[in-house]
Design a protein around this ligand. Sequence first.
Ligand code: HMG
Length: 380
Amino acid sequence: MLVGIDAIAIALPRRYVDMEELAAARGIDPAKYTLGLGAREMAVAEPGEDTVALAANAVERVLAGRDRRDLGMLVVGTETGVDHSKPVASFVHGLLELPRTMRVFDTQHACYGGTAGVMAACEWIASGAGRGRSAIVVCSDIARYGIGTAGEPTQGAGAVAMLITEDPAIAAIDIGGSGTASAHVHDFWRPLGQREAEVDGHYSVQCYLEALTLAYAGWREKTGGAELARICYHVPFCKMAKKAHEHILPASTFETMVAPSLALCSRVGNIYTGSLYLGLAGLLDAQSADLANQRIGLFSYGSGCTSEFFSALVSPRAHEAICRAHLGEVLAARTRISVAEYERIVEAREPLGTATGFAYVGSESKQRRYVRNERSAHTR
Ligand code: HMG
């Protein structure tokens, strides 16, 4: 049975900051951000565009025009949830008025949380436990390190929603073929009650590369090293994907095998759980017609750490399916803001009332409230 990703949709904050402008404001050579890290633009979320709102907007898009009655599972992968107990998934389930009979939960392990959801959904369907039903997996996060920190140029925000089905129109996952690697390390973490992450930046790069070596070897052993046309990596910043690729394969293959998956990431920044899938969406948007029936590799890394290298077979219907995500329009609908405005937005604690689609509007009786604001037709 083929099981995997049938549809993808993304939701982004409506504002972004230009990385050359940010570098200039910090007194740093812009080439460090653009060439050294590979970043062009960085998404900036206002408090109304929280993890729930971004996830709900992405799910609304992925379900547009689809029958919801055959949905059996909703999983949200996130490391920037809005409550210690109530999952983001339950807000999304309510906002989208999804069937009562669904299994609904969050998965957390830093940036790996989304892949935990993808694997749970694929294995649920492949095992037969889903009884022919489909699953939605959403990766939704807001990456924050703080103004003026070394991590600042590697922030971002966004959500990627995926419909997981039998006979998928985008890519079938090679279930059981994954290589995995984990270790108890303090490379990146966020103590309870803290908005910004703590990170041992250079050590985190080393942890990522060590995990990749082991996970890739595990995948090769299980699959006999199937031929890969492209590889998508977890992208905390685009240069990381280059370092990763050159760590396991000849550097000369980077431009062909990896660079096409980075265009979208370079314009959004790190979206934690969704970064790998943002890379996949960007790759397919650019090259799906060439990749039909070809196998691609995917590497998911979550600090702390755990990781998984897996592969997927691109469907001949992928081009048609990715066109429905209208990625170019979603990007083009954003507004560029100044560094001063970015600083005002990230310091804000209450919604600014400018978010479109589903938006967080504040709390009443300690319960978070959301509304759905109208947005322009082309971003629906
Ligand atoms: P830094 O120390 O400020 O930067 O922070 P650097 O000095 O290492 O320079 C970065 C690159 O720019 C280097 O390239 C420089 O040479 C180059 P490299 O040598 O590495 O190839 N450079 C220049 N290039 C051109 N012109 C110039 C110039 N100057 C320097 N003038 C760091 C970098 C990534 C450490 C920092 O941004 C950070 O801490 N980021 C957050 C942590 C992170 O993203 N870690 C990635 C691995 S862990 C991970 O992926 C998990 C994560 O997503 C979280 C989760 O799982 O939840 C983060």
